[in-house]
Design a protein around this ligand. Structure first.
Ligand code: APR
Length: 253
């Protein structure tokens, strides 16, 4: 199949589905200027990945984590949705997409207008003291970081503040992950967009969908280890491919 045939096939699958969902990863936001993790210029080339245990018990690891956030948070908070986010929001509005299950913490799907977003890796907007549970907005944390505070501590009890993102080694948020699993096992079509499918349990969701009888469409710039499971594999930028899918819908109307 050439590119245009893949776009047409995808539109046909979406039209024929009664329960379509999308699973997105960092690749859906690179066109908004947010780097992904595992591409040659990805974050894990520049920063050390800190695990949950390290963050909780190791002051040095926390300092490295907050150094990274100090650099990344302003651009993350200023980022705007791109064509890929808008296209998924539009599909939901047209009644063609039930959920966006996302590994991203940037909130760009919601900013683009998606209402049914399941954030399985948490979000970047909030943080909590792990001792007293005091809630912090990310803007307050940015103020701490501006003051060059290396180890961000709770102003209430001095406890460790943890952003509401899911670290490696941390359990998944129960409600969100249950919902994501249910949607994956009930859907008849899953669009998998901008994820390397290397991180579990998120990467198990397309497998769950596939083994429950759903068709898979992959839109990713590079190959993934699960390409052979998909009916259609589009190696293209998410913004272009999803934009072209929407155009094809309009052409057919
Ligand atoms: N369009 C389509 N695909 C893209 C684009 C784009 N514009 N830009 C990058 N990609 C692809 C890359 O080729 C890569 O395969 O998106 C994928 C991103 O993969 P990762 O960097 O591994 O990101 P992701 O799969 O979301 O990572 C999963 O790992 O470190 C953790 O918690 C973090 O949620 C994240 C998880």
């Amino acid at each position: 199949m050439n590119y245009q045939e893949k776009i047409e096939k995808t539109v046909e699958f979406i039209k024929n589905s009664t329960y379509a969902v999308a699973l997105t990863g960092a690749g859906v936001s690179t066109e908004s200027g947010i780097p992904d993790f595992r591409s040659p210029r990805g974050l894990w080339q520049r920063f050390k990945m800190i695990t949950f245990d390290e963050f909780i018990i190791n002051r040095q690891a926390r300092q490295e984590f907050w150094e990274m956030k100090k650099e990344l948070l302003p651009e993350l908070l200023n980022a705007k949705p791109n064509e890929a986010h808008y296209a998924l929001a539009k599909l939901e509005k047209m009644g063609l997409l039930k959920y966006v299950i996302t590994q991203n913490i940037d909130g760009l799907h919601q900013l683009a207008g998606s209402k049914q977003v399941i954030e399985i890796h948490g979000n970047n907007r909030e943080a909590l003291c792990i001792d007293c549970g005091r809630f912090y907005k990310i803007e307050e944390i940015i103020e701490f970081l501006k003051e060059d505070i290396a180890d961000v501590r709770c102003s209430n009890c001095g406890g460790v503040i943890k952003p509401k993102i899911i670290f490696f080694g941390e359990s998944m948020p129960e409600r969100e992950f249950n919902l994501a699993q249910t949607a994956s096992s009930q859907c008849d079509l899953m669009l998998v967009v901008g994820t390397s499918l290397q991180v579990y349990p998120a990467a198990g969701l397309p497998q769950l969908a596939y083994h429950s009888g759903a068709k898979l469409i992959f839109i990713n710039q590079t190959e993934t280890p699960m390409d052979e499971l998909a009916e259609v594999v589009i190696h293209e930028k998410a913004g272009k491919a999803l934009g072209d899918i929407l155009k094809e819908f309009k052409r057919g109307c």
